[in-house]
Design a protein around this ligand. Structure first.
Ligand code: NI
Length: 170
């Protein structure tokens, strides 16, 4: 397993939509293992393939963040959000926006259909943090980012902060 480099906003590759996965082979397995390793190392609660420059419809989530909780890795390949209900406002972060935390409104509950790493379909009802994470990561697969949910003013502030950071670390 390899820890991959995470792309940071405003890297244009984050805007490239993922293509559906068609081969459930060892290279997909390696991609998923690398994504999990990269997410845990960051650390973060979710990571989508476009965030490491791989334009595929795959994301991983583990919302068990405290050290005494057992890991709860969930893998979603070619996911589709079937329904959304309610509304929840949550302060979100994103590994592609280091240091940024923004309040974002999303559906409180979602039903999602996806394939696992072997290509086996499953459906899942999620609420709370898991529902938020699924919607956040699913956005990445369409090239959509956290800032796209913000007001123009907040978007500008985050944009400027990320640019300053990029210049400072360049
Ligand atoms: Ni993100």
């Amino acid at each position: 397993m390899t820890i991959r480099a995470i792309l940071h906003y405003p890297d244009k590759r984050l805007r490239v939509p993922g293509v559906p996965v068609t081969e459930f082979d060892t290279s997909l397995g390696e991609l998923i293992d690398d994504m999990a390793e990269t997410m845990y190392a960051a650390p973060g609660v979710g990571l989508a393939a476009p965030q490491i420059g791989v334009s595929k419809r795959v994301f991983v989530i583990d919302i068990a963040t405290s050290d005494d909780e057992p890991s709860d890795l969930r893998v979603f390949v070619n996911p589709e959000i079937l329904s959304r209900e309610g509304e929840i406002s949550f302060e979100e972060g994103c590994l592609s926006f280091p240091g940024a935390r923004e309040e974002i409104k999303r559906a409180e509950r979602v039903r999602v259909r996806a394939l696992d790493r072997e290509g086996k379909p499953f459906e899942l009802d999620a609420d709370g943090l898991l529902a938020v994470a699924i919607q956040h990561e699913n956005d990445h697969l369409d090239g959509k980012l956290m800032v796209d949910h913000l007001s123009l003013l907040r978007k500008r502030l985050v944009h400027r902060a990320m640019h300053k950071r990029a210049v400072a670390s360049a």
